[in-house]
Design a protein around this ligand. Sequence first.
Ligand SMILES: NC(=O)c1ccc[n+]([C@@H]2O[C@H](COP(=O)([O-])OP(=O)(O)OC[C@H]3O[C@@H](n4cnc5c(N)ncnc54)[C@H](O)[C@@H]3O)[C@@H](O)[C@H]2O)c1
Ligand SMILES: [Zn+2]
Ligand SMILES: [Zn+2]
Length: 380
Amino acid sequence: MKAVVWHGLEDVRVDHVPDPRIEEPTDAIVRITSSAICGSDLHLFDVIGRPFMQEGDILGHEPMGIVEEVGADVHNLKTGDRVVVPFNISCGQCRLCRQGLQSQCETTQNRKTKKGASLFGYTHLYGGVPGGQAEYLRVPFAGYGPIVVPEGAPDDPYLLLSDVLPTAWQSVVYAQVPQDGTLGVWGLGPIGQMCCRIGFLHGAGRVIGVDHVAERLAMAQRHGVETIDMRGVDSVPDAIRELTDGLGVDSAIDAVGMEAEAGPVQKLLQRLKVAPDRYGALLSAVRSLKRGGTLAITGVYVGAFPLVPLGELFDRQLTVRMGQANVRRWVDEIIPLLGDGDRLGTSDLVTHHLRLEQAPDAYRMFRDKRDGAVKIVLTP
Ligand SMILES: NC(=O)c1ccc[n+]([C@@H]2O[C@H](COP(=O)([O-])OP(=O)(O)OC[C@H]3O[C@@H](n4cnc5c(N)ncnc54)[C@H](O)[C@@H]3O)[C@@H](O)[C@H]2O)c1
Ligand SMILES: [Zn+2]
Ligand SMILES: [Zn+2]
């Protein structure tokens, strides 16, 4: 089959690789019909993924398709079912899965690397499991993970159940937005866009979005978001305070992660080596919060972060929640919003449908935010 394969720094290729097959009785094989590229894939494309990837790894963790074959112990799926596959691989049976912490599943947890549940296509820290940017995918614990979706409707809205929608949903829940309160969202990629829309749905009175990419700011504005172009202000926290009677936002979501771009002042401070490199979004969110507010960190961070602004968190009595999305925990609440009316505006998120063979260019286009790319879906 054809698959998107990691070869090194900024080097992904579409290779011919052996077809996956059932290895455990709890496996299923899915023929992929759509597979999205995520901001998380960009961490692997960039230098951060390098120590944890091996040449030949198949990428992708946002797939959907048709069940081709099921193992002997998979009873609730059958050949021909249309399914979307969550990015975390979880058993559904263990203590942590039952607690709704599927991203920490005790069965698929990676004890050797001291990491949480295995993930599709996401480094050897997280199990080295072949990913779904391919023609076929082997799905472990297929009796629990895959979500059967209705026949007939287009793939896109359901495809977003693999990661984007549950991740944004969890971010908003973790951010504890008070009724009619103000939510700040750093990063208006696919995750941030959906955080804004779900924030309103959960009762936010105002949502303020921060980014520097014109068409992403414009997309957020189309959905009622007030925006700050970080390139156009000296200090995002000051700009936020100006919009909020000097108080700051009740809740903030960091939907950027550890590859944040810096604003002019931050850049200068970085050059002078008095500001941490690439943690700009996190710091900006912390400094824009109201006293007693809540920060949800959804953008990915790896390794130790010695520069956590602990003093500021302590003084302002902030609450912080974070982590990988527990996809299965939220899907039942989200599915009803995907049918009639498209209340989350999913049709205004996917900007590009490209063939799987175009993956190398698609990765670059998404990384460089070329051609208005916000969310790219690959079709095998
Ligand atoms: N926790 C989870 O389960 C989970 C799931 C999916 C994605 N993620 C992470 O969420 C983050 C966003 O994902 P995405 O697909 O939307 O990615 P993306 O790369 O498309 O979006 C990031 C956005 O942040 C903007 N940005 C960069 N620096 C900024 C700054 N200093 N302030 C404000 N905005 C800034 C960029 O212009 C971009 O629009 C990534 O780190 C991704 O790995 C986490
Ligand atoms: Zn993703
Ligand atoms: Zn489990």
